[in-house]
Design a protein around this ligand. Structure first.
Ligand SMILES: CCCCCCCCCCC/C=C/C(=O)SCCNC(=O)CCNC(=O)[C@H](O)C(C)(C)COP(=O)(O)OP(=O)(O)OC[C@H]1O[C@@H](n2cnc3c(N)ncnc32)[C@H](O)[C@@H]1OP(=O)(O)O
Length: 308
């Protein structure tokens, strides 16, 4: 028992931010064994935190709450994406964790999507690396065998919406100011095929086509109408509803649910895995076009003006 807890704890030790998804050791820190074991036995919660992600794992329920914490808008830069993939992988291999609630620590914002500054004024190598990190985040989240619930406590455009769409269930706060959707065309850019595939899977072909072409952002109630979210609840009920839904999902045997999830999601995952390098090459050649760089710069200027 103690040995198991030790291994789990060591697996969950904080990794330096900006690291890679390399395997991490489970045989370190022998000197601390006794105190760590005692600490673990007396506590049912484990927490770890990186620069932009915090995780709290409740060992009794097997549910982790993962929070994005990159103010002002949780835009997804390379570091956040990398930390996200590492933390999710850590939970994935932790036997004590069966479900993850994804939410935001930043008031009024779930995530503003990809950090536009990562896609502007940089070189091709940077864009390639950035896109690989975006793919990795999605492959890990969409491909997770755990139950994943998005507790959407703020606006969630573009890449933020993709994250929510990749979860098994979406609960959004009932606040008209919050919007969610894949608004890429409004930036003058195209959502890649796997963004398109996932929204089509969730809301159906007709709604997805309209939504993507117009780059639509929906209020919570409109998002519910088209099936982009599963539930709209009062702002102060988002987390408790997420926990209640999670508890329901976790009543099912993992094995049956996981295989079913995998059957449903495998075709989309395989499509990206098979075309991963081509997708990166495509992204780099697209994003380096002068016209696209100009569109993104203009969009950033518009955002900054609005903020003043
Ligand atoms: C042939 C086909 C090939 C296809 C190949 C692929 C093509 C490329 C695919 C790229 C896919 C892109 C996905 C994305 O996610 S792009 C990002 C889209 N995001 C948005 O449009 C959201 C923009 N932001 C907002 O709408 C608002 O900021 C928001 C509603 C989220 C919050 O509003 P609020 O009023 O609270 O805050 P501000 O607008 O004042 O913002 C505060 C500061 O944050 C900066 N900001 C906002 N969003 C971003 C972002 N996404 N990236 C970087 N920075 C962002 C904003 O400029 C403010 O900064 P300052 O304080 O410095 O002014």
């Amino acid at each position: 028992m103690i040995a198991t807890l030790l291994i789990q704890h060591e697996k969950l030790e904080q990794l330096p931010s900006g690291g890679t998804l390399s395997p991490y050791g489970v045989h370190q820190k022998h000197g601390q064994i006794t105190s760590q074991a005692l600490q673990l036995l007396s506590s049912q919660r484990r927490q770890f935190s990186n620069t932009y992600i915090s995780v709290k794992l409740d060992e009794t329920s097997g549910v982790a709450v993962m929070k994005l914490k990159r103010p002002p808008v949780n835009s997804l830069n390379m570091e956040l994406l990398t930390e996200f993939a590492i933390n999710l992988e850590k939970l994935e291999i932790d036997r004590g964790c069966r479900g993850v609630i994804l939410t935001s620590a930043v008031p009024r914002i779930f995530s503003a999507g990809l950090d536009i500054t990562e896609m502007c004024g940089k070189n091709a190598d940077h864009y390639g690396e950035f896109w690989r990190a975006v793919q990795e985040m999605w492959l890990k989240l969409y491909g997770s065998s755990m139950v994943t619930i998005a507790a959407i406590n703020g606006s969630s455009p573009a890449g933020g919406c993709l994250m929510a769409l990749s979860c098994d269930y979406r609960i959004i706060a009932n606040n008209k100011k919050y919007t969610i959707g894949l608004n890429e065309t409004q930036l003058g850019i195209v959502a890649p095929f796997w963004f398109k595939d996932i929204i089509t899977e969730v809301i159906g072909h007709r709604a997805a086509e309209r939504s993507l072409q117009l780059g639509m952002l929906y209020s919570p109630t409109d998002a519910l109408k088209i099936g982009l979210v599963d539930e709209v609840v009062a702002e102060d009920k988002v987390q408790s509803t997420a926990s209640a839904v999670m508890a329901q999902w976790l009543t099912l045997p993992d094995h049956a649910r996981q295989i079913t999830k995998s059957m449903m999601r495998k075709p989309s995952l395989d499509r990206l895995v098979t075309h991963r390098e081509a997708d990166i090459t495509n992204f780099v050649s697209y994003i380096t076009r002068d016209s696209i760089q100009k569109s993104l710069q203009m969009y950033m200027e518009m955002l900054k003006k609005k903020g003043r």
